[in-house]
Design a protein around this ligand. Sequence first.
Ligand code: FES
Length: 108
Amino acid sequence: MPAVTYVEFDGTQHVVDVAEGENVMRGALNNDLPGIIGECGGGLACATCHCYVDDVWANQAGTPTSKEESEMLESTSAPIKATSRLSCQIFMTTALDGLVVHLPETQY
Ligand code: FES
């Protein structure tokens, strides 16, 4: 199973396996990780799953994949950056094994 490293705002790292086809938000929730809320369950309606894709992974996963995601990123609580994503819209593949995402200071 591909692994994802979640880096909390304070630098604490969590490495968890996230099944292919599962999204990065769900991977965090399934493992009780802090820093991602996912209030709408992945419906592109809350922006509480905001994350920053690590620069190393920017080409593979650092760009929103839909107009809806881009628009919803305008309502995040923490400032957006070049690699801001909604983690519910990052779906795991074997090519993303080792993905690193940084979590913002707040989701509200
Ligand atoms: S969980 Fe609500 S937009 Fe991602």
